[in-house]
Design a protein around this ligand. Structure first.
Ligand code: ZN
Length: 323
């Protein structure tokens, strides 16, 4: 029998679902920061999976993915435990900003401290009350601002199980990337959790394809872990049979300021020297081509119609690993 689990004072019993509201901090108005945590435990034992989004409060597409999981009751496990936190940074979400209300990036505040800043205190709470119980995490993000990420999974290197789950998830791109210092992923991996980080879409946006790849990816992973059982004829969704696995990528930056039009599609292969976009003035006199310095796949495009010199406008994956 699996050990007893208590989250925020609530005993999590087999066969039951709970919506627990964490209440660990207040704003300057004394308004409580309540973060709903939806915990569902099967009668049968199995792994504990955390599905989280909205660590960055403006990354709404991840929130929609986790919302659909709960709304469709995909979070009711056949074995083990599923914990859903659709909006980790509720207050950033409320005012549509990336940061925590104290101005800090929550995703640079882990593992946090009991008596640290608001973000640090929250990170500490999240690690100790939630992450401590879990075996696997799937954390949902989008590109920052207007940068639209093609759906992709990011994982740490040197873990075979994480890599196989990343492939099972089914997104076209899998990137080995080192963890950012003080990020949620770095802390979770350091405490022995297997973490898949999903990047898809851009901030303050909901894109149906990004949502679909995310939702079906979760189901594929839950199925593979035995947490959710699907009918015998269930075939895991794969966006494409050919997944691109890589650990090298390159940002292409604007070589002038002006209006920007992309000439390539997200997700598609490009060759070195291809013109990927045009920067112009608004008056019809100036036009500059932007060429790719490398061959690879487009995994992020800046959707801003106006760019400044040096702005990141496209991210190119360099396929250098066998799938
Ligand atoms: Zn993010």
């Amino acid at each position: 029998m699996r050990k007893k689990i208590t989250i925020l004072g609530e005993k999590i019993l087999p066969g039951k679902t709970y919506q627990i509201k964490s209440d660990i901090a207040r704003l300057h108005t004394r308004t409580k920061i309540e973060v709903p945590i939806i915990v569902s435990r099967a009668k049968e034992d199995g792994p504990c999976v955390l599905i989280s989004a909205g660590i960055h409060g403006d990354e709404v597409n991840g929130v929609e993915i986790v919302r659909q999981i709960v709304a469709n009751k995909y979070n009711i496990p056949d074995a083990g435990i599923i914990i859903c936190v659709p909006v980790v940074n509720v207050f950033g979400f409320l005012i549509k900003t990336r940061e925590f209300p104290d101005g800090k990036d929550l995703n640079r505040s882990f593992p946090g401290a009991k008596n640290g800043s608001l973000a640090s205190k929250f990170a500490h709470f999240f690690m100790n009350e939630i992450v401590d119980h879990v075996d696997y995490c799937i954390d949902f993000h989008t590109g920052g601002d207007t940068r639209f990420n093609y759906p992709q999974i990011r994982i740490s290197d040197d873990d075979d199980e994480t890599f196989s789950l990343a492939k099972i998830f089914g997104a076209k791109f899998v990137k080995y990337s080192s963890e950012r210092e003080k990020s949620f992923r770095a802390s979770a991996v350091a405490s022995g959790k297997k973490v898949l980080l999903y990047e898809g879409g851009k901030s303050l946006d909901i894109n149906p394809k990004v949502t679909n790849v995310g939702v079906t990816g979760i189901l594929n992973v839950l199925e593979a872990l035995g947490v959710k059982k699907f009918p015998a004829n269930y075939t895991p969704f794969k966006e494409t049979q050919e997944q691109v696995i890589f650990n090298e990528s390159k940002w292409i930056r604007a070589n002038a300021s002006g209006m920007y039009r992309s000439l390539v599609q997200n997700g598609e292969p490009i060759s070195k020297g291809d013109v990927i976009g045009l920067i112009t003035d608004p008056y019809g006199f100036f036009e500059r081509k932007i060429k790719s310095p490398v061959s690879g796949f487009v995994i992020c495009l800046n959707h801003s119609p106006i760019v400044n010199q040096g702005d990141a406008i496209a991210h190119i994956a360099i396929q250098n690993l066998a799938s």
